[in-house]
Design a protein around this ligand. Structure first.
Ligand SMILES: O=C(CCC1CCCC1)NO
Ligand SMILES: [Zn+2]
Length: 370
């Protein structure tokens, strides 16, 4: 079993600046310059740990290429692609579309490289070059809709890769599992009416985008039932996530029968993340990965590809990413998560009744797929 790993130094050069931590600098309002939450550090530190741990020697390095306009426009309106290209040519760059998602001069090229990296990783899996793969790409993508970027996302990297597999006849039936703590609205919107693509988002209830990711968002037309949303209550820990994956995600994958499983892998559901309030641990992500690998082994010869999304704790994202890559590759580095004794000891890590109620409802709705 081989695991592909895709990273490029340019992903660390995506410039989100210092006056858009989420609010523009404004001395009169007491807003000091603040490094943007979506900065290079969590990704470069994850890459560093993959190297320093020795795990890198057990992975197959994959090199990204820029996605072409044609490939981007399988998902995005031409006007969106063109606007990003134009603003990227400006000395100070521009914004993906919501005023919260800046990029510097040349940001278009880096965002196109991230989307192209998702394509490269997906093709490496479909071709059998590797069994599974992790694309450590930046900027993230799962909030970007066909019409606009948002939530730190410029292009919908994973959706571009899925559409590429379909357009080139490499796969038609694709499942997307989004465990980023925020709703995968962009991916869901892209495939809202496509019965060949199952999108499952497990997220903290109503954090971002606002009023997005409710249980009753299930797809439309022939695709009714092929969008699944599990809006977990704030404070959900490993027990809740394992219950969702065991009772909702894996059964839905079994019922859908994909040719490949794509994962929008954000680590912002972790107990250390500043932009949400869940309590996941590195070992929790390891177990979710193992559940998805078991399903992929049963359904599609183990074909599983992950694209990096959110995750804003420079201390903890590296350990979450290492745990996922150890599971994907089957190689243990011997490095223990130093935070585990603390985080796994938090009260409420076990499944709670009010969380089980949401999962019961999601499981009942997902039954429609069967
Ligand atoms: O990690 C993210 C970005 C979430 C932020 C976007 C604006 C406020 C919260 N999405 O997955
Ligand atoms: Zn997120």
């Amino acid at each position: 079993m081989a695991t592909g790993y895709l990273w490029h130094e340019l992903f660390g050069w995506h410039d989100t600046g210092t006056n858009t931590g989420l609010f523009g600098s404004n001395p009169a309002a007491g807003l000091q310059p603040l490094q943007h939450f979506e900065n290079a550090e969590t990704k470069t530190r994850m890459n560093s740990l993959v190297g320093a741990s020795g795990l890198l020697e057990h992975l197959v390095p994959l090199a990204p290429r820029p996605a072409t306009d044609e490939e981007l426009q399988r998902v995005h309106r031409a006007a969106h692609v063109q606007r990003i290209r134009e603003e990227s040519a400006l000395p100070k760059g521009g914004d993906a579309g919501d005023g919260l998602s800046p990029f510097g001069h040349g940001g278009f090229e880096i965002a196109a490289l991230a989307a192209g990296g998702a394509i490269v990783a997906a093709e490496a899996v479909m071709s059998g070059q590797v069994t599974n793969a992790y694309a450590l790409i930046r900027p993230p993508g799962h909030h970007a809709t066909p019409e606009t970027g948002m939530g730190f996302c410029i292009f919908s990297n994973l959706a571009v890769a899925a559409r590429h597999l379909q357009a080139t006849g490499q796969a038609s039936r694709i499942a997307v599992v989004d465990w980023d703590v925020h709703h995968g609205n962009g991916t869901q919107a892209t495939f809202w009416e496509d019965p060949e693509v199952l999108t499952i988002s497990v997220h903290q209830d109503n954090v971002f985008p606002p009023d997005s990711g409710a249980l009753d968002e299930q797809g439309a037309g022939a695709a009714a039932g092929t969008a699944i949303n599990v809006p977990l209550p704030a404070g959900s820990g490993v027990g809740a996530y394992l219950d969702v994956f065991t009772r909702v995600v894996v059964p839905a994958l079994d019922a859908f029968g994909p040719e490949i499983v794509l994962v929008a892998s954000g680590f912002d559901a972790s107990a250390a993340d500043p932009l949400a309030r869940q309590m996941m641990t590195a070992n929790g992500y390891r177990q979710l990965t193992e559940l998805l690998m078991d399903a992929a082994n049963r359904l599609c010869d183990g074909r599983l590809m992950m694209t990096h999304e959110g995750g804003y704790s420079p201390a903890y994202v590296p350990f979450c990413g290492l745990a996922v890559l150890e599971a994907l590759s089957g190689h243990q580095t011997g490095i223990e998560d130093p935070f585990d004794p603390i985080f796994s000891g938090f009260a409420g890590q076990e499944l709670q009744p009010h969380q089980a109620e949401v999962i019961d409802a999601a499981a009942a709705l997902a039954q429609q797929l069967a």
